[in-house]
Every structure is written in structure tokens, then in C-alpha cells.
Design a protein around this ligand. Structure first.
Ligand code: NAD
Length: 356
């Protein structure tokens, strides 16, 4: 089992080091090899995703990714900016299924902006299609309008599209995931207005015939946005397209109150995956030893479960994270009165100790 370790920029190296420590203590004989990515790779090799890093990623079963980006790279040409590394990896490896769990840990209920009774015990999974939709559809661009309310004026346009196989494969991913959870899938669309999402709804309904043990409901995206803050616990698995998923997964992540706790996975059809915290490189706190490493540690748990077939080890990591929270240990982002403030390394050490 080979893992490409790509720490990246900002707090990336600090939080990835803690996740690596946790993986090592499991004694699974994982082969881990590091390579630069993002701004660090631009500094070292003149490109955010150098050929050697991409080669390592391709040859690995999974990628453990920290974060990329820093304001100092904002003036670079777009293809050289750190964020291009993630897009490049998604494209090169065909990572079409993005998993974003939103779990509200009992001890952190107070960090949510919603009432505790709405979020206590929350455990939902958003599955976002990651390589299609209006974000990638062609043609796109600017032109002179031929019709519409202002013919002859300058206009911009994008193309929303999904092919049948793209919808079928993400629907299957969602039904399979629901089978391992509470057996309910909510497919989010805008079928009342958009042809693309009427098609989406039809195809998801067809695929559902192969999963009679899983309950399927359809919901318009505007209603889903409301229900996520009204009764989030009514969801189990949400599956949706690239753009709706982008927005809803960020909304759902905030229900839990802390971005430092949220892992994510992006998988291809060979179960090869890129695992990263949902947050960015946090340049404002980089190098201070205060970043919360738990989202990255929980991403490593997802990696064991989804790409490496080590579900038991993943359960152990997740239990260890709950144990350190129960001990009252908190990095500053999740700290509250009456708990013990710790730094990045101390938090990682505490998870390692809980595993031992
Ligand atoms: P961010 O997620 O990096 O930070 C937002 C806020 O959350 C900051 O105050 C930060 O200190 C805090 N934060 C984030 N992670 C934390 C952690 N683990 N522990 C404690 N606090 C944490 O988002 P941003 O500030 O908008 O972006 C910063 C840089 O990250 C930009 O260059 C952006 O492009 C990049 N970015 C990268 C990714 C990625 O690598 N996948 C994702 C989002 C943003």
C-alpha cells in the first residue's frame, strides 16, 4: 500500500506531519513517499504540480494532501498558481466523486451556529460530482449577444451538461455509500427549471432500481439549502452535481462549527483517492504550531477506509479522535471555556497515545 504524501503550503506540512505520525503508529507497513506540491513545488521546481509529483501520485494507491496556496502567489499567471495542483490531480487521476462528511462531535456541539438539539449527533455525507457540470462544460466565454433582452451587447456564458455515464457512476457511488450507512439517498437537483437536472433525476431514478434496499428521495437545491439548516439530521447521504455540491457541502460543513475538523476524499473508479482537509492552507497561522490537525488525521482515516481496505484501522483513528475530544483537549479554533488548549503537535501526540 503506497501513499503519496503531499504536504503543500502554509499549515499543510504541520498538519500532514501529525497525520503521518498517526498512520505510522498503526503498524500497517504503509509505504509513504513525500513530494512538493502547490507553492512549495513552484519554489522548488517552477510548477505547482511537477511531473515527478504527478508520477508519484499516479503510482500510489492514495494521496494524503495537506493544503496549497498563499496570497504571495496571487500575482502569478493562473496555470502557475498553487490551486492548479489540485485541479491537475483531479483531472489526471479522474477523481470524480467527492466525499464530504459533516459530523458534529458531541463535545463540539456548542461551536455550531445552530441550536444544539438540531446538530447534536449530526452525521451526514455529501457526495459531489467533481469533474462535470457547468464548471467544465464547453463552450464558455464572452461574446456579443444575438438575442436576449439586450441584443448586440457584450455577454458571458457557460454550459451546464452531464452525460448519462457521469450521472450513473456518481449515483452508484452514493447508493453504495448509503448501503454502509442509514440507507437513504437524497438526490439534489433543479429539475423544475434545468434540462440537465431533469436528466440527472431520471438517470438517478433508473440506477436506483439496482438498489431497492436504499431509500431515494429527490429534492430541489433551494429546498435542500433550507432543509440543511432547518433539519439537517433528516439527511443521510446527499448526492448532487458539481456546482450545487460545491455550495451545499460548504453550508453543511459550517453546521459542525469548525473547519479544522472536516475531512474530505476525492475518488476515481479504481478507488484511488486524494484525501485532504476541507480547509485551506491558513497562511495567517502557518508556522505558529496552533493549526488543528484533526481534519487531516480524519482524512487519513477516510483514506484507510476507502482506498486501502483498512476499515478497522479507520474506525480506530476516529475513536481516538473522539477520545482526545472527550479528554477536553482543544486547538485554539475549537477551544472553549473549561477545556485545555493544545498546539498542533500536542493534539497529534494525544491521538497517537489514544491509539496506543
Ligand atoms: P483557509 O481555510 O485557509 O482559512 C480560513 C480560516 O480558517 C483562517 O482564519 C484560518 O486560520 C482558519 N483555519 C483553516 N484551517 C484551520 C485549521 N486546521 N486549524 C485552525 N484554523 C484553521 O481559507 P482562506 O484563508 O480563504 O485561504 C487561504 C489559502 O488557502 C488561499 O491561498 C486559498 O487559495 C487556499 N485554499 C486552499 C485549499 C486547498 O488546498 N484545498 C482550499 C481552500 C483554500
Amino acid at each position: 500500500m503506497k501513499i503519496a504524501v503531499l504536504p503543500g503550503d502554509g499549515i499543510g506540512p504541520e498538519i500532514v506531519a501529525e497525520a503521518v505520525k498517526v498512520l505510522e503508529v498503526l503498524g500497517l507497513g504503509l509505504e509513504m513517499e513525500s513530494a512538493p506540491v502547490g507553492g512549495a513545488a513552484y519554489e522548488a521546481a517552477g510548477h505547482p504540480l511537477p511531473e515527478a509529483t504527478l508520477k508519484l501520485a499516479r503510482e500510489s494507491d492514495a494521496i494524503l494532501f495537506g493544503a496549497v496556496g498563499d496570497w504571495k502567489y496571487d500575482t502569478l499567471d493562473r496555470p502557475l498558481r498553487p490551486e492548479q495542483a489540485i485541479l491537475g490531480l483531479r483531472k489526471a487521476l479522474g477523481l470524480f466523486a467527492n466525499f464530504r462528511p459533516a459530523i458534529c462531535y458531541e463535545q463540539l456541539v456548542g461551536a455550531s451556529s445552530l441550536k444544539p438539539e438540531l446538530v447534536a449527533g449530526l452525521d451526514i455525507l455529501i457526495i459531489r460530482e467533481l469533474t462535470g457540470d457547468i464548471y467544465f462544460g464547453q463552450p464558455r466565454g464572452r461574446r456579443t449577444a444575438e438575442d436576449g433582452p439586450f441584443p448586440g451587447s457584450e455577454e458571458a456564458f457557460d454550459t451546464m451538461r452531464y452525460s448519462r455515464p457521469e450521472i450513473e457512476r456518481i449515483a452508484r457511488v452514493a447508493f453504495e455509500a448509503a448501503r454502509k450507512r442509514n440507507k437513504k439517498v437524497t438526490s439534489v437537483d433543479k429539475a423544475n427549471v434545468l434540462e440537465t437536472f431533469q436528466f440527472w433525476k431520471d438517470v438517478v431514478t433508473e440506477v436506483h432500481k439496482d438498489y431497492p434496499d436504499v431509500q431515494l428521495e429527490h429534492m430541489y437545491v433551494d429546498n435542500a439549502a433550507m432543509q440543511l439548516v432547518k433539519a439537517p439530521k433528516a439527511f443521510d447521504v446527499i448526492v448532487t452535481g458539481n456546482m450545487f455540491g460545491d455550495i451545499l457541502s460548504d453550508e453543511a460543513s459550517m453546521l459542525t462549527g469548525s473547519i479544522g475538523m472536516l475531512p474530505s476524499a476525492s475518488l476515481n473508479d479504481r478507488k484511488q483517492g486524494l484525501y485532504e482537509p476541507s480547509h485551506g492552507s491558513a497562511p495567517d497561522i502557518a508556522g505558529k504550531g496552533v493549526a488543528n490537525p484533526l481534519a487531516t488525521i480524519l482524512s487519513a482515516a477516510m483514506m484507510l477506509r476507502f482506498s486501502l481496505g483498512q476499515a478497522e484501522a479507520a474506525d480506530r483513528i476516529e475513536a481516538a479522535v473522539k477520545a482526545v475530544l472527550a479528554q477536553g483537549l482543544r486547538t485554539p479554533d475549537i477551544w472553549s471555556e473549561g477545556t485545555t488548549k493544545v498546539g498542533t503537535q500536542q493534539m497529534g501526540d494525544a491521538v497517537v497515545n489514544a491509539l496506543r
